[in-house]
Ligand binder design. Structure first.
Ligand code: SAH
Ligand code: SF4
Ligand code: F3S
Length: 457
């Protein structure tokens, strides 16, 4: 080889927000690599293109973008291009160019596949494209590159729930489901490349409805049917999904837990609050009792299932009594993890107009109470795993080496806990049983039983 190849152009992508955004950032890279030969870099100073994939779910997330943009502005002097995508881009559109005129492209979650064309066109003038061209995005993405035995597969875009506090329906558009055949086709291709675990991804995956055939009048399948079809794909040993909504957590979906062993013993089901008054003001469409009875039915089928959730603390009008109901729910369900945040008023959402008289210190104190209760559950559940055998999917090298600097491996239990352990590289991609020997706040330590280590050798 004669070394005459020009060096590949480099793209630096910074991702804010949720797993949908993580997924989209991977897709941006796939698109740019396929169309213009870009390679990723983690050093912004090396980049030819800097992209921010932004989040506007809370005020703080939104404001970070502009401070980050300010920090890369100087790179423009040597011809670096700057793009802003994601939910802030979707919400603010051309206003981003007013605040940061050095930005070259502004694109939304549904137009990221147009990035190469937008970049080309930006040579003349800055480009803004934040339209919602239905599900065209998926038809224009190159095949994903498989990284390890676990993969995310987007099954729907957007959200049509319009919870009173949330920007997502405005930034990502209404729910649009991918057809069944497309989802299954993608998962078959992943499985053929060694993927053993898939996480079905969307804002409300259990709102998924897909046509079974190609005719427009073909019957619509529901999410429980999709789960069964995915589980039937050869090689798929584990199935996860995120995020689902309690309102559409149907009896059929609960029953799937009895029939589909690939469905993991872990469910993330955001409840947001324990008080019916607040749930109604949030427009969530269920009561705390309805939420609990769904989980009771699920636990009857899967007694060991671990449950995690999201909470919003300090919604307008929340009283001490309302908050006590959230604490009671945490106690009753025994969630072992949660994403909990203080309510952040979002411009353009109905809740932003509500009077909110709770002082910030009170909200912060309530948030700490929620977080402490859940951390206590987490410690208790972690400690109860010590001494047990847990099946893990070995994903690759651990983040940190073990004692004496020896490299270690990491895997995840069904309930998504990280387990670090010593073992040979041949275990990567395998489902193995490890004995848990210690529990830490964010991970477990495991040991491969001797018989299994020999078997794998
Ligand atoms: N579709 C998912 C979650 C999407 S947003 C669901 O409905 O459960 C992720 C989380 O951000 C939400 O679960 C909620 O807890 C939080 N969130 C959304 N809007 C918020 C706001 N205005 N202030 C604080 N937290 C918010
Ligand atoms: Fe937002 Fe509600 Fe949709 Fe979740 S279900 S994304 S909280 S509007
Ligand atoms: Fe944020 Fe948009 Fe996700 S607002 S949470 S990046 S859908």
């Amino acid at each position: 080889m004669s070394g005459a190849q020009p060096p590949a152009k480099k793209v630096f992508i910074k991702t804010f927000g949720c797993q949908m955004n993580e997924y989209d950032s991977d897709k941006m890279l796939d698109v740019l690599r396929a169309a213009q030969g870009y390679e990723p870099t983690t050093d912004v100073e090396q980049a030819d293109l800097v992209l921010f994939n932004t989040c506007s779910v809370r005020e703080k997330a939104q404001e970070k973008v502009f401070s980050d943009l300010g920090r890369v502005k100087h790179l423009k002097a040597r011809g670096v291009k700057i793009g802003v995508g994601g939910c802030v881009a979707s919400q603010e559109g051309a206003q981003i160019l007013e605040r940061a005129p050095y930005v070259d492209v502004v694109f939304g979650p549904q137009t990221l596949h147009r990035l190469p064309a937008l970049l080309d066109a930006s040579a003349k003038r800055a480009q803004v494209d934040i339209s919602f061209p239905e599900i065209e995005k998926f038809d224009h993405l190159p095949p994903a590159r498989v990284q390890g035995p676990s993969a995310f597969v987007s099954i729907m875009e957007g959200c049509s729930k319009y919870c009173s506090y949330c920007v997502v329906p405005y930034t990502r558009g209404e729910e649009v489901s991918r057809p069944l055949a497309d989802v299954i086709g993608e998962i078959e291709a992943l499985a053929a490349q060694g993927v053993r675990e898939v996480t079905l991804l969307g804002q409300n995956v259990n709102g998924w409805r897909g046509r079974v055939g190609s005719d427009d009048d073909a019957p619509l399948a529901d999410f429980a049917t999709l789960i069964e079809r995915v589980a039937a794909v050869e090689g798929i040993a584990r199935l996860r999904y995120t995020t689902s909504h309690p309102l559409e957590f149907s009896a059929r979906l609960i029953d799937a837990y009895a029939r589909v062993p690939q469905l993991v013993d872990h469910l993330h089901l955001p409840v947001q609050h324990g008080s019916d008054r607040i749930l109604a003001a949030m427009k969530r469409g269920y009561t705390a009792l309805e939420y609990k009875s769904k989980l009771r039915r699920l636990r009857a089928l899967r007694p060991g299932i671990s449950l995690s959730t999201d909470f919003i603390v300090g919604f307008p009008g929340e009283t001490d009594e309302d908050h006590a109901k959230t604490m009671q729910l945490i106690d009753e369900i025994g969630f072992d993890a949660s994403f909990s945040f203080v309510y952040s008023p979002r411009p353009g959402t109905p809740a932003a107009a509500l009077a909110d008289e709770t002082p910030r210190e009170v909200k912060l104190a309530r948030l700490s109470q929620v977080q402490e209760a859940i951390e206590a559950n987490q410690r208790r559940i972690g400690a109860s795993r010590v001494g047990t055998l847990q099946r893990i999917l070995v994903e690759g090298a651990a983040r940190k080496p073990g004692a004496g600097g020896v490299p270690e491996l990491m895997g995840r239990t069904e309930c998504n806990r990280i387990v670090n352990f010593a073992g040979g590289d041949r275990l990567v991609g395998q489902l193995i049983d490890v004995r848990i020997v210690a529990a830490y706040p964010h991970s477990l330590r495991g040991e491969v039983p001797i018989a299994q280590a020999q078997h794998a050798a």
